[in-house]
Write a protein that binds this ligand. Structure first.
Ligand SMILES: NC(=O)c1ccc[n+]([C@@H]2O[C@H](COP(=O)([O-])OP(=O)(O)OC[C@H]3O[C@@H](n4cnc5c(N)ncnc54)[C@H](O)[C@@H]3O)[C@@H](O)[C@H]2O)c1
Length: 445
């Protein structure tokens, strides 16, 4: 038997030399935990657990080939010592003060990094209390209209690149969850969007202004919160036309991560689900913001959409047609960032017999979110250098509400998302996708 030729034809990837600026609107718990973690790893003081770019391998070729390099060795990703961080926040606290207030990391981890974290001071934010009602801070930009505020952000981006000698940048929104907004005519096209910005239209939220500024400056943009931000037609087409990759929305951590691990497993075995009740208590600033019903609604929509898409009740009405899904978040200050999430799942087995699963997840939200921010920054930079543009669905793996091209439904199943991510990485490295099709037992031609 003749060996099949190996096809290696990935895209051309531009050089990743020089500094990569990681720009972060929202310098709170998640952002400071990520920055402190990267610096600790750089100093050999901690391990980047939870990060695919730092720890995961990727199988290439057949199982018998024995080729499973680290993703970081297989692809020309930016290395941690190339990263420089910049942030915006309505609170002027530097990285050390903000991390101490967030209460995620202990003095044992923060104290050795004090000078480094103090050196990162957030730039004045584009912030408006109308969109995040539970917060107010003095470190805020002012301008005649929203277009002018976007110009100020663009000037910040250019200045940051110059002062830090960056060859390229990425932006990841780690700001608070804004109130619920639906896409409207103001978001339909770039022209409508710019007219609305100039007119200070309330449909333009601060997170959209950051996304616009980033894309206009050729900076890839990811949105870690559930608010719309870059998920509107005007910015999607701007990203595509400008050759800029974007991704969103809402980091998949904690309870939703568990949901997208458990639900595909139950469905794979055709186990029915009658009800899924999820409740959380958390006491950090994010919890305080989500105590406002309008911010909670944005989060609720994001969390609720997950099961519907995984379980496909329209195809399996007997198993999932009557599923009752409820999600609650309660602000409870004593817990700080250490959230507790309970799930009660009423499942249905053979002949309709009911059973129950209880999950009690004592998690640390920002510890789960930090590696996602790092991976998104590195993958978006790689995608940009490989000429990928517009919505990056292969990064759905990291999001609760994956952004999709118009007309497509989002993929929520963590395992399908992982396959898509890894096959995209194989393609980027000029390797064939893995189908897991085993034809070695086939005795035909
Ligand atoms: N931690 C997680 O597991 C997780 C998961 C999914 C999504 N998220 C989302 O990530 C975001 C950050 O979470 P966190 O726990 O770090 O919250 P946080 O409250 O500690 O930090 C958010 C920061 O954003 C700032 N901010 C608000 N509006 C801003 C604006 N317009 N410009 C710049 N900064 C602004 C706030 O002042 C605050 O410091 C939230 O939207 C949260 O819902 C977090």
């Amino acid at each position: 038997m003749t060996e099949r030729p190996v096809i290696r034809s990935g895209p051309v990837i531009r050089s990743g030399e020089g500094k990569l600026g990681v720009l972060i609107p929202g310098f709170g718990a998640v952002a400071t935990t990520m920055v402190a973690g990267v610096e600790s790893v750089r100093r050999g003081l901690a391990k980047p657990i939870g990060s695919l770019t730092q720890m995961n391998t990727i199988r290439l070729g057949k199982r018998t080939d024995g080729r499973s390099p680290l993703i970081n060795d297989f692809l020309p990703l930016a290395q941690l010592d190339q990263l420089v961080f910049g942030a915006w926040d309505p609170f002027p606290d530097d990285g050390y003060e903000s991390a101490v207030k967030a209460g995620v990391l202990t003095p044992q981890h923060l104290d050795p990094l004090r000078d480094f974290l103090r050196s990162i001071r957030p730039m004045p934010a584009v912030f408006d209390r109308e969109y995040v009602r539970r917060l107010d801070g003095p470190n805020v930009k002012s301008g005649k209209n929203k277009l002018e505020l976007a110009e100020q952000l663009r000037a910040d981006i250019r200045r940051f690149a110059k002062e830090n000698g960056c060859t390229r940048m990425v932006m990841v929104w780690c700001g608070s969850t804004e109130i619920f907004l639906r896409p409207g005519p103001q978001h339909a096209s770039l022209k409508d969007f710019e007219v609305a910005m100039k007119a200070n239209d309330p449909a333009i939220a601060p997170s959209m202004i950051y996304a616009y500024a980033a894309i206009k400056e050729g900076v890839p943009y990811a949105n870690g919160a559930p608010n719309l931000s870059g998920d509107i037609p005007a910015l999607e087409s701007l990203a595509k036309e400008s050759g800029v990759p974007i991704a969103g929305k809402d980091f998949k951590t904690g309870q939703t991560l568990m949901k997208t691990i458990l639900a595909p497993g139950l469905k794979a075995r055709m186990i029915g689900i009658a009800g899924w009740f999820s409740t959380n208590i958390l006491g950090n600033r994010d919890g305080a913001v989500l105590d406002d019903p309008d911010s909670f609604k944005t989060k609720e929509e994001s969390k609720l959409s997950v099961l519907e898409h995984i379980l496909q009740p329209q195809m399996y009405p007997e198993l999932y047609g009557k599923l009752y899904h409820k999600v609650r978040i309660e602000y409870y200050p004593p817990r700080g960032d250490n959230k507790e999430g309970w799930d009660n799942i009423d499942i249905v087995g053979w002949m309709g017999y009911p059973m129950q699963i209880k999950v009690d997840f004592l998690c640390r939200d920002s510890i789960l979110a930090a590696p996602i921010v790092l991976d998104l920054a590195l993958f978006l930079d790689l995608a940009h250098r490989a000429g990928m543009k517009g919505i990056q669905e292969w990064l759905s793996f990291y999001f609760k509400s994956p952004q999709t091209a118009p007309g497509l439904y989002p993929e929520h199943d963590l395992f399908i998302q992982q396959k898509k991510l890894k096959n995209t990485l194989r393609w980027l490295g000029g390797e064939e996708p893995l189908t897991h099709l085993g034809l070695e037992y086939y005795e035909g031609e």
